[in-house]
Design a protein around this ligand. Structure first.
Ligand code: HT9
Ligand code: FE2
Length: 381
C-alpha cells in the first residue's frame, strides 16, 4: 500500500513508468531499430548507413538499455530507502521493452494511474511531446484513448527537469571532476574552455519548443551559465564556456542548431585554446550519442587539433540526480492530489508545466500535428 505520510505520499499513483528511447542489444537489432526511429522522418539513407556503422563499431549494442536498467535499480533503491512503495515499469519508444509492453505490465499489476519519467531533461518535440504522442498512439490502438479513458491506465508526466537543483548539481559535480582529470592529463584547468554539448535539432523544432517560457537552446544556455559559475566557484577561478551541438541528421538544406561541436573545437583551436572539457548536459546517460559523437568523434577531433580534452560524465545514476527524480515524483503526486506545492527550480525560468499546452512542442512550428499527445490540457483526464 502507498504510504500516507505527507512527505512520502505518492497517491494517486500505483506505478512509475521509466520511459526512454530504446536502442539495439545485438547487431541483428540495428537495422530494425533504425527503421523504428526514422519511420516517416525523411532522414537520408546515407545518414542511416553512417549511424548504423556507429552501432556496429560498438558490437551492434547500444549502452542505453543497461543504463536505463541501472537508473531503474537506483530509483528502486531510493524509493525503498525512503519507505515509498511504488513499482517501476520500463518502456521505450523505439525498442523492446516497447511502450506497449510497459502498458501491458501496468495492466497486469492492476495499476490504474501511473506517472511517467521520460529520460530527457529538456522541453522539445524529441524530448517531450514525441513521448506523449507515442503513448497516445498505443492507448488509441487499445481503444483506451479519450478524455474519459475510463478503461485504461491514466498517465501523468513529470515536468521537464533541466532546471531542477539535482540535475544542475549532478552536472556541476561531474564537470568539476573532469577539470581535475584534465589536470591529471597534463592540461591547464585555469586556461581550459568548458564546452557544453547537446543534441542538435532542426531550427523549426527549436522554434516550437518550450511552453512559451524558453526554447530548447535557451533552456540549455540558462543552466550552462549556472553550471559554469558553480564550477568556477569550486575551482577558484572563472570558467569560460560555450554551447555546441552534436548528432545532426536530416537533409543538408534543412537548418539545424549550430555550431557543431567539431567545428567549434576547430574555431577554439584557431583562437589558441589548448585545453577543453566537454560536458554533455543534453543527455542524462552515456548512451550512443555520447559514446560515438563525443567520445569517438569529438575527442578524435580535439586530438587531431593538438588539444587536451576530457569528457565530463552525464548525471546517470548520481545520487543527487536520483534523489531529485524521486522528489519530482512526490511533487507531481501532490499536484495530482490538488495540493499546493513548492516546485524547486534553479536558473531564470519557472518550473515547466507537467500538464502542457495542447500545441506545445509541435514537430513543425505553428502547424498543429493532428496527433493527440497525452498529458496535455485537452488530453488530461
Ligand atoms: C533532442 C533529442 C534527443 C534528446 C536527448 C536525450 O534524450 O538524451 C535525442 C535522443 C536520442 N536519440 C537517439 C538515437 C537517434 N536519434 C535519431 C534522430 C534524431 N534525434 C533527434 C533529437 C534528439 N534525439 C532528432 C531531431 C532526430 C532526427 C529525426 C527526428 O526528427 O526525430 C536517430 C536516427 C539517425 C540519426 O539521424 O542520427 C537515432 C538512431 C538515442 C538513442 C541512443 C542510443 O542508442 O544509445 C537517444 C537517447
Ligand atoms: Fe536522437
Amino acid at each position: 500500500m502507498p504510504s500516507t505520510s505527507p512527505a512520502l505520499d505518492v497517491r494517486p499513483y500505483d506505478a512509475l513508468m521509466l520511459y526512454s528511447f530504446g536502442g539495439p542489444d545485438r547487431p541483428e537489432d540495428v537495422v530494425p531499430f533504425l527503421r523504428n526511429v526514422t519511420a516517416g522522418k525523411g532522414i537520408p539513407d546515407a545518414r542511416l548507413e553512417e549511424v548504423g556503422e556507429h552501432y556496429y563499431a560498438f558490437g551492434g549494442k547500444s549502452p542505453i538499455n543497461e543504463q536505463n536498467l541501472a537508473l531503474k535499480g537506483a530509483l528502486e533503491k531510493e524509493l525503498a530507502e525512503r519507505g515509498i512503495d511504488l513499482p517501476i515499469v520500463w518502456g521505450n519508444r523505439n525498442w523492446a521493452p516497447y511502450t506497449t509492453d510497459a502498458v501491458d505490465e501496468l495492466e497486469a499489476m492492476g495499476a490504474r494511474r501511473a506517472v511517467a519519467l521520460v529520460t530527457s531533461a529538456y522541453s522539445s518535440y524529441s524530448g517531450c511531446r514525441q513521448y506523449r504522442e507515442d503513448l497516445a498512439v498505443v492507448l488509441d490502438q487499445r481503444g483506451q484513448l479519450g478524455p474519459d479513458g475510463s478503461t485504461g491506465v491514466q498517465f501523468d508526466k513529470l515536468r521537464a527537469y533541466f532546471n531542477t537543483p539535482g540535475f544542475v548539481q549532478g552536472n556541476v559535480d561531474a564537470v568539476t571532476e573532469a577539470f581535475a582529470a584534465l589536470a591529471g592529463k597534463g592540461g591547464d584547468p585555469a586556461a581550459a574552455r568548458l564546452v557544453f554539448v547537446t543534441h542538435s535539432v532542426p531550427t523549426t523544432m527549436e522554434a516550437a519548443s518550450g511552453v512559451g517560457h524558453a526554447t530548447y537552446s535557451e533552456q540549455h544556455l540558462d543552466i550552462a551559465a549556472l553550471i559554469a559559475a558553480q564550477v568556477g566557484e569550486a575551482l577558484g577561478h572563472p570558467v569560460d564556456w560555450e554551447l555546441a551541438y552534436c548528432s545532426r541528421s536530416g537533409p543538408p538544406h534543412q537548418p539545424w542548431l549550430e555550431p557543431d561541436v567539431n567545428d567549434l573545437l576547430g574555431t577554439l583551436a584557431d583562437r589558441g585554446v589548448r585545453d577543453v572539457v566537454l560536458s554533455p548536459i543534453g543527455f542524462v546517460s552515456d548512451h550512443m550519442e555520447v559514446a560515438y559523437d563525443l567520445d569517438t568523434e569529438a575527442l578524435d577531433t580535439a586530438r587531431s587539433l593538438g588539444m587536451t580534452a576530457v569528457r565530463a560524465g552525464t548525471v546517470g545514476t548520481r545520487a543527487v540526480f536520483v534523489k531529485q527524480l524521486v522528489d519530482l515524483v512526490l511533487e507531481r503526486a501532490a499536484i495530482a492530489r490538488g495540493e499546493s506545492v513548492d516546485e524547486a527550480t534553479v536558473g531564470a525560468f519557472p518550473a515547466f508545466p507537467s500538464i502542457t499546452p495542447n500545441d506545445c512542442c509541435l514537430r513543425v512550428h505553428e502547424q498543429p500535428s493532428g496527433i493527440p499527445a497525452l498529458c496535455s490540457e485537452d488530453m488530461h483526464r
